[in-house]
Design a protein around this ligand. Structure first.
Ligand code: ANZ
Ligand code: ZN
Length: 804
């Protein structure tokens, strides 16, 4: 009697074996394959079954690539600086350093339960000085390249986290981390000039094998638009207002001008009569949050009392202020064309401003406009010399015409803003800058990095706009690296994204004290071939990483300019209809499931719950089915391992079909159907084995190999049962299917009578038309009535007999 499947024994044994003899070794001959997980931040709540999902997907993929002859780079590390770690530490009342170390140890233990082939020699931790030395080094390089600069500006401020935030960190007007409503605060900031890379970040999306959805999100975020700036002279003054428009073709329809309340000219346009109202409006807008302004139900605004001259026809147009115009986009001023823009239409209707239609669908003017005509298609009307032109054509030509006429110029605009890079918090990389009264901002010399984060007693955020570091006099007071005079250190720290923007480069050379990464190693092992993680990073982390990589490419650190060739976003696991999270109390811990069913069963069940790219609802009960399957598979192999049975044609056929099906599903990431495929094929093998009295060893070896990326412990154990001493990963390769052997001798063919399906018959693959018709008629029997007028045979598919 063969031994029964005992997951605890098997898993313990193979984990031990893999430690002693690693299965993924770089012999310098194999091609590399870099499969990367988005590294976790070590939170205190630990891993749940939702976290497992992504790690299982990446491990299955890594092991599959190993069996395809690759040396796998499959590292893991900790994104441990920043708000999440610090907020947790504050809540628990422990120093972030201590909390982080504890959490890392805990999560590492939990991750090891997955039995992924991580190379722990490559581990990195963003809070390790040897790591953040290079995070600071990149900043210094950017500073020297003019890409890191100081600026006093109103920035997004989270009153709960008591820190500034980047635009990307503000989601629907709220803090991405804690959900508090974000306000504005005027602060001195460090900025990174990501806008200098806007075009490359946009254009290079084309070369990425990423989900279209994510590429679109990045594209929209960068938001390049082509249009024109048009100068409107202010009536009775020598000043002009420059507006930005993507629709210069509608210039004849511009019946008013609107400035953002923050616009530098806003106050000055007021007349004696309007002064009070204008100032009140400006003040009121400054107290409204951006989200309020964007989503405000009704348009508000105030007439300044001044007029501008539309340069194309010399008409006087009133100048208004309204907060639906954003101060920091375009020029902060717009020309309003109510006939063809929804917001302008609403505004004009509310304030009784004339509406002039300039684009007409079939050349016909709309009698009673009840809404804006927003399509760009149509011919120009009410537009002087432009009448009769196609608006779509004019839209492209107008910027140049305006340039020629001398009142504007062609321009490109981006939604992307420079990156607010400083945080007024303790738990981050100190920004390596010294402020000298004589020399200004001076970078800490590269050979003095890392600039260590000092230990402090009080790391609570101050809320004053200063980081807690500002309180440590002996740290703040230093000398200027340039002139040696007394100077002060920068006390802001970097945002949590600083380390994660480049960590994937460091894994492969994590102990290098001289360089960020050795050039030869980088050439051999980078970039990342497959990146797996959640879709929540579609803009933030992925955009920042692309920016950093392009910069490091520009300064010669790496010779590629895109970090992640392929991207896969796994869906989230939910429970009771909600995202799994500790605060919702719906967390399912893997611990008990691993104990009861084993790691292999849980790995397979994680994939079985649904298409990996979609969200899925967790139900513990399903794991039982996977576990039963593994037991049946185990018994099939154990019972027949040494039977000495010869391969039969049927068995070879079934084996090849399985290779084909599993491989194609795996290649297209249909991982849930891989698991259901295992179950279906297993039943077929059991049935056929019963029928023919046994199963041959090559078939057993094949099906064990197909399973091993998914259930590595069971796979390894059964490989040994089949008589192998070496690990399956080092002693075999992924099976290839044989097209010929897969072919069926007989195929199912549908029989139709007068086009209606009547029967299905089994015929030899190479049956002649005559024989097929004879068989079909036989199958139809009494259903065949009338005089036959046509006999159609579509080889291998359908026979249709037509009668009258
Ligand atoms: C005239 C016009 C006529 C416009 C029309 C649109 C339709 P994107 O694609 O987003 O670049 N705009 C310009 N600056 C703005 C600001 N700071 N705040 C709010 N809106 C602003 O859109 C550019 C269009 O949005 C511009 O073209 C401008 O309105 C508006 F039938 O100008 B348009
Ligand atoms: Zn100095």
């Amino acid at each position: 009697m063969a031994p029964i499947y005992n997951h605890k024994e098997v898993e313990k044994k193979w984990r031990g074996n893999w430690e002693v003899k690693p299965i993924n070794v770089n012999d310098g001959k194999k091609p590399k394959y870099y499969c990367l997980d988005m590294f976790p931040y070590p939170s205190g709540s630990g891993l749940h079954v939702g976290h497992w999902r992504g790690y299982v997907i990446s491990d299955v993929w890594s092991r599959y690539k190993m069996l395809n002859g690759y040396y796998i780079i499959h590292p893991m590390g900790w994104d441990a600086f920043g708000l999440p770690a610090e907020n947790y530490a504050l809540k628990m009342g422990v120093h972030p350093k201590k909390a982080t170390a504890e959490n890392v140890a805990n999560i590492k233990r939990q991750i090891k339960e997955i039995s992924a082939v991580y190379d722990w020699d490559m581990e990195v931790n963003t809070t390790d000085p040897e790591f953040y030395k290079w995070t600071q080094w990149i900043f210094v390089k950017m500073f020297k390249a003019g890409l890191a600069y100081e600026k006093q500006m109103p920035i997004n401020w989270c009153p709960s986290c008591k820190t500034g935030l980047s635009n990307e960190e503000v989601v629907n007007g709220c803090c991405e981390r804690c959900g508090a409503v974000v306000t504005k605060k005027n602060l001195r900031q460090w900025m990174l000039k990501i806008t200098a890379y806007a075009d490359r970040l946009l254009d290079d999306l084309d070369k990425l094998d990423w989900p279209e959805k994510v590429k679109k999100m990045q594209g929209d975020w960068i938001g390049r638009s082509y249009g024109a700036e048009v100068d409107f002279k202010v009536d009775g003054s020598d000043k002009a207002i420059t507006v930005y428009t993507t629709r210069p073709d509608t210039l004849y329809g511009a019946t008013f001008i609107v400035l953002a309340p923050e616009h530098a000219m806003a106050k000055g346009l007021a007349t004696d009569e309007t002064k009070a109202a204008v100032e009140e409006y400006i003040y009121k807008s400054s107290t409204r949050s951006n989200i309020d302004r964007m989503q405000g139900k009704e348009k508000t605004g105030v007439f300044t009392g001044s007029y501008a001259i539309n340069p194309i026809n010399g008409k006087k147009t009133p100048i208004w202020l309204s907060d639906y115009v954003l101060a920091d986009y375009g020029t902060g001023a717009i020309m309003c064309v109510p006939a063809h823009d929804d917001r302008d239409f609403e505004f004009a209707t509310k304030f009784n401003i004339p509406i002039i239609q300039v684009i007409a669908k079939d050349g016909k003017e709309i009698e009673n406009m009840t809404e804006a005509y927003t399509e760009a298609a149509g011919t120009m009307i009410n537009s002087g010399d432009w009448n009769g032109q196609e608006s779509a054509v004019l839209k492209k030509e107008a910027p140049i015409m305006i340039e020629d006429m001398g009142f504007g110029r062609k321009t490109t605009n981006y939604k992307l803003r420079d990156w607010v890079f400083s945080r007024q918090r303790y738990w981050g990389e100190p920004i390596p800058i010294v402020h000298c009264p004589d020399c200004g901002c001076v970078a800490v010399p590269e050979d003095q990095l890392p600039l260590l984060l000092p230990d402090v007693e009080s790391y609570q955020p101050t809320g004053t706009g200063e980081s807690p570091l500002a309180d440590i006099d002996e740290w703040v007071n230093t000398t200027c690296p340039n002139c040696g005079k007394p100077a002060k250190r920068e006390t802001n720290t970097m945002p949590q994204w600083a380390g994660s923007s480049w960590y994937f480069l460091r894994y492969i050379d994590n102990k290098n004290t001289k360089e960020l990464v050795n050039k030869e190693k980088a050439d051999a092992l980078l970039p990342v071939d497959m990146y797996i993680g959640g879709v929540e990073h579609a803009v933030l982390h992925l955009l920042y990483s692309r920016f950093y990589t392009k910069f490091l490419n520009d300064i010669g650190v790496v010779d590629f300019d895109e970090p992640f060739t392929k991207l896969f976003n796994q869906g989230m696991i939910g429970k009771d209809g909600a995202k799994m999270s500790k605060s919702k109390g719906n967390v399912v811990s893997p611990d008990e499931l691993v104990n009861d069913y084993g790691c292999d069963s849980l790995r397979m069940y994680e994939l079985f719950v649904g298409p990996p790219e979609l969200d899925a609802e967790w139900d513990d009960r399903g794991i039982d089915g996977v576990h039963r399957y593994l037991n049946r598979f185990w018994n099939l192999v154990e019972d027949n391992a040494n039977s000495g049975f010869e391969a039969t044609k049927d068995m070879i056929k079934l084996r090849n079909k399985m290779i084909y099906d599993i491989t194609t599903r795996l290649e297209s990431f249909n991982l849930n159907t891989v698991i259901s495929g295992f179950m279906e094929y297993n039943n077929k093998f059991i049935e056929l084995t019963r029928k023919q009295g046994g199963i041959d060893k090559e078939t057993l070896e094949t099906i064990v190999t197909l399973l091993v990326p998914f259930a590595p412990h069971v796979g390894e154990e059964l490989w040994q049962v089949l008589g192998h001493d070496e690990s399956i990963f080092t002693s075999t390769t992924w099976p290839q299917h044989d097209e010929e052997a897969m072919k069926d001798d007989e195929i199912e063919i549908a029989v139709q009578f007068n086009g209606k399906a009547k029967a299905v018959i089994l015929l030899p693959v190479d049956v002649s038309k005559e024989d097929a018709i004879v068989a079909a008629k036989e199958a139809l029997g009494e259903k065949l009535v009338g005089t036959i007028v046509k006999e159609i045979y579509v080889p291998g598919r359908i026979i249709n007999i037509v009668a009258k």
